[in-house]
Design a protein around this ligand. Sequence first.
Ligand code: HEC
Length: 140
Amino acid sequence: MRKIFLTAALLAAFPAMAQTPAPGGGDTGGGIVRAAKPVTGEQVYGAVCQACHMADAKGGVGAGTIPALASNPKLAGAAYPIMVVAQGQGAMPGFVGTLSNAQMAEAITYVRTHFGNAYAKPVTEADVAKFAKPPSAGGH
Ligand code: HEC
């Protein structure tokens, strides 16, 4: 059910992203830049996270409770949001296999530095890699 919702959100979002030139897309540090996919943290947030957490990151209560990411002290440490985003928690799906480590890092950095959060230290692709266990071994 949630997988279907997420897939629909992604399908709806990506064609729109494809038409938007990626500002600064070349310097994400991820090394892999695919123009048709969201690259910056803001783009990943808009394409993926926003569907649940809302554009203002204040979350909401509907079919389930979506916690606010805005002004959220749980984002002060990087490990917690990395784990939640990579592996999922409760009703939130994990994004390993859906987003690249670089995309997760950008999105987490984005929410930790916006919406009333000011946790300056960026989350890197390598930070995410420590928590992101690939769904199957033998990937590259
Ligand atoms: C399908 C809906 C959905 C999507 C998409 C989604 N989230 Fe979530 N998120 C949730 C729910 C539900 C929770 C609460 C999980 C729990 O603790 O039970 C949550 C929790 C979180 C938390 C922990 C907040 C806290 O206070 O404990 C973070 C951080 C987070 N999400 C970040 C993100 C980011 C970044 C993205 C985009 C890459 C994202 N989420 C995409 C539904 C979603």
